[in-house]
Design a protein around this ligand. Structure first.
Ligand code: FAD
Length: 499
């Protein structure tokens, strides 16, 4: 063990957006004696902006979902020129997977109905105990009995339903919408305004410049960076003693009075038993083990030229035909059937973006760029019925295989609901035998309002900082109070000595 062993009042594990926000808030409140330990060689976590030709793209978080009620937009909106790729409001065209055309007006009717049902999910009473899937299917087919849908063939209604199923899986990183319990999401907070606010070609990592206040006014800069050590994987947090000892993979140790732990739910699920000594309390363990973690990967296809105007849509949505699904099942192209669309990327005319659900790909490690390009190119040509130039490159994320992430984001299933596993359980601090909070938890998975999202992660980072500050204030109060008996004894004993 190197003689590093510095002691800090607070050590934050993880320099993703929640850990970074917590650090900024502590520094702002003049709690300077802090350290952030980050396992990767970079700051940002699941915000990972990478430079390409023409700007910066995001392999993780890309959009601000909402404006009003989104803490990030509310902090920054007035000082940054955001873009918007509101797919709901712009043209997005539905192509059948086999290239044959379908009645776009009827599809439009079905999409409108489906979108209405999807947004109702979020305003359900928490008493609805079913899943996204059960809610959608029941409402969809009930509404379809209305005479306004009489002319629509049920085969088309099925294909649109399948589109919403696949899109939902693409959104949550799930295999089935019958896995996702509505309970947690119906109690989520809500945001107003565009759900697809973009950072144009500057990348989501710009957010850190605002969190540290380097922007808009550099004189307000809070020096968060100097508190962060990268390449520091914390392998154990020993909270058995009076101080907490954090052991790192490079054989260094740090000690702290308090820890804010922000590593992802994927990391916690993978190794919470070895990460903490003693192991976490049973309630916390149950919340970790019964919450789920979605696996979602991104693909950006880069073309040599801006994408052909004759097929100029914001989104190329795919209605899979049963024949095409049958044709691809069991073949190396099976993964394509989990794809719902190709989207244009705001500020990058040469790019199309899409998602795929990683866990469904058995040979994920061999899933290389040229295979991705070939398969996507095949599908794009098939759905559009056009000869398109082959993409010159593809960028893909690999969150599922990365040790410090282990997937995409938290998710609450019927199994989670059964076991009472939810963000507020994941957020609870752990206390020592004297009732003193030792480890605070933050990160997107701990946000009751917006689990899964960057704005949820920021809120939890701020909350953890507030909790630490409050606790320190209270405990210094206790220390002051605990001095009184000593003063009394001194006064009394001086009397005693006098007489
Ligand atoms: C593909 C994808 C697309 C997304 N799209 C959006 C979007 O458009 N909009 C949106 O709002 N959200 C989106 N999200 C979600 C968003 O990225 C996350 O909710 C948010 O970034 C999580 O921040 P965090 O600080 O909670 O966790 P993280 O970003 O995971 O930060 C935790 C940090 O802890 C580090 N760490 C882990 N283990 C250790 C250890 N043992 N020791 C030290 N450090 C450790 C990690 O390296 C990481 O830096 C997306 C996520 C993914 C994966």
């Amino acid at each position: 063990i190197e003689p590093q062993n510095t002691h800090h009042r607070v050590v934050i594990v993880g320099a993703g957006i929640s850990g970074y926000s917590a650090a900024a808030r502590l520094i702002e409140n003049e709690l300077d004696d802090i350290l952030v330990l980050e396992a990767e060689d970079r700051i940002g976590g699941r915000i990972h902006s990478v430079p390409i030709n023409g700007g910066i793209i995001d392999m993780g978080a890309q959009w601000l979902h909402g404006q009003g009620g989104n803490i990030i937009y509310e902090m920054i909106g007035a000082n940054f020129s955001f873009g918007d790729s509101s797919f709901e409001n712009t043209t997005y065209h539905f192509w059948q997977s086999d290239g044959t055309s379908e009645n776009q007006a009827q599809i439009g009717q079905l999409v409108e109905l489906s979108q209405g049902i999807m947004s109702a999910v979020y305003s359900q009473e928490p008493s609805y105990l079913g899943t996204f899937g059960s809610f959608f299917v029941a409402n969809y087919w009930r509404e379809l009995r209305s005479t306004i849908y009489n002319a629509i063939p049920w085969s088309l209604a099925l294909k649109v339903q399948n589109f919403f199923h696949v899109s939902t899986n693409n959104y949550f990183g799930t295999n089935s919408w019958f896995d996702i319990s509505i309970e947690v999401y119906s109690t989520h907070g809500s945001t107003t305004g565009s759900q697809w606010v973009t950072w144009r070609n500057e990348g989501f990592h710009t957010v850190f410049e605002f969190l540290s206040r380097r922007r808009p006014d550099p004189t307000q800069y809070l020096d968060v960076e100097s508190k962060i050590l990268t390449n520091k994987e914390v392998t154990n947090v020993d909270w058995s003693g009076g101080v907490i000892t954090l052991q790192c993979g490079d054989n260094t140790q740090y000690t702290a009075d308090h820890v804010i732990f922000t590593a992802s739910l994927g990391v916690l699920k993978d190794r919470h038993r070895t990460l903490f000594s003693p192991v976490l309390p049973a309630d916390k363990v149950s919340a970790i083990e019964n919450s789920e973690y979605g696996t979602l990967e991104k693909i950006f296809l880069e073309f040599a030229q801006p994408i052909n105007d004759s097929i100029d849509f914001a989104q190329y949505s795919i209605l899979w035909t049963q024949n095409d699904i049958n044709m691809l099942l069991g073949t190396p192209r099976e993964w394509l059937t989990e794809m719902a669309y190709f989207r244009r990327v705001d500020a990058f005319p040469n790019l199309l973006g899409t998602f795929f659900v990683g866990s469904r790909i058995p040979d994920f490690n061999e899933f290389n760029v040229s295979r991705i390009i070939d398969d996507c190119h095949w599908l794009l040509q098939r759905i559009t019925g056009q000869v398109l130039s082959r993409p010159i490159n593809a960028y893909r994320s690999e969150w599922i295989t990365k040790r410090n992430f282990m997937g995409a984001y938290s998710l609450f299933t019927m199994n989670s609901a059964h076991h009472g596993a939810n963000p507020s359980e994941l957020a609870k601090p752990v206390y020592d035998s004297n009732g003193r909070p030792r480890i605070f938890f933050a990160g997107e998975h701990t946000s009751s309002n917006f689990s899964g999202y960057t704005h949820g992660a920021v809120e939890t980072g701020f909350q953890a900082a507030r909790d630490v500050l409050e606790h320190l204030e209270q405990s210094s109060g206790v220390q002051i109070m605990s001095k009184y008996p000593m003063i009394l004894i001194t006064i009394l004993s001086s009397f005693l000595f006098k007489f």
